[in-house]
Design a protein around this ligand. Structure first.
Ligand SMILES: [Zn+2]
Length: 246
């Protein structure tokens, strides 16, 4: 495994902290690294001089040949990084080098997204379906919990069930079960686009992607309606709360 070296300054004592991180993680060759990412350990350091705990993110590429996913983690942790982030350049660089068929290739910019993509693949799910499901459940969530703002939503496996964790502005989290029927109906309705993201195209599959797909499909529905075609309405899911914690 090829490692990249970094030096960061400890914010507590000013000492230089030397860090060595894998540039590419191949899960089949280095199985321990999946757990290291999921536990947060990979991006965690300790200053050797004063013992201060440090969170240091660094770019890495996560490759799982069995699940056929390749995740390019290109962290954005500051305004400068956001400004210089060039998705098109990243995409064309990947496409020039990557030739294996039928892969899910993703570019993610936060540790949480990286963890989420790994978990989604772990349980054999499609991340496009999950991103669309977040919108479906967000709608009914905000009706049920009126006045509660949602800061973020992440996929998680809870009590052997697929769940969405809502991080709310009252600093509580609420876990909502993804109804398998709702998952299946999204997968069916959006089959063309959720299958296309596993054909080795480089994509960022997140909130913006899901919103674009939902808008495109409802436009299509409207056109069909206008032309007199039958449009089956999507089922309205029930909200099943798994837990709520502060
Ligand atoms: Zn220190």
């Amino acid at each position: 495994m090829e490692n990249k070296k970094y030096t960061v300054k400890c914010p507590e004592c000013g000492a230089n902290v030397e860090i060595s991180r894998p540039a590419i993680i191949n899960v089949q060759n280095d199985p321990g690294y999946k757990e290291k990412i999921l536990s947060g350990q990979l991006f965690h350091e300790k200053c050797p001089k004063c013992g201060q705990e440090l969170q240091v993110v660094s770019r890495t590429t996560y490759h799982d040949m069995e699940k056929r996913i390749m995740i390019y983690f290109r962290p954005i942790t500051s305004q400068e990084e956001l400004k210089s982030f060039d998705y098109e350049a990243i995409r064309s660089a990947i496409e020039d080098n990557f030739t294996a068929p039928n892969y899910g290739i993703r570019v993610v910019t936060t540790v949480n997204e990286l963890m989420e993509k790994i978990k989604i693949a772990e349980f054999g799910l499609n991340d496009g379906v999950i991103e669309i499901a977040k919108f479906v459940y967000f709608d009914i969530f905000t009706k049920q919990f009126e006045g509660t703002g949602v800061v973020n939503i992440y996929y998680e496996r809870r009590d052997d069930k697929d769940a969405l964790i809502f991080f709310c502005d009252d600093s509580k989290t609420r876990s909502i079960m993804i109804d398998p029927d709702v998952y299946a109906s999204i997968e069916k309705r959006f089959s063309a686009v959720v299958n296309a993201i596993y054909t080795s195209r480089v994509c960022m599959v997140g909130r913006d992607w899901a919103l674009r797909m939902i808008r495109a499909y409802s436009k299509l529905d409207q056109e069909n309606k206008d032309s007199g075609a039958e449009v089956t309405p999507a089922p309205t899911p029930e909200l099943k709360l798994l837990d709520s914690q502060s």
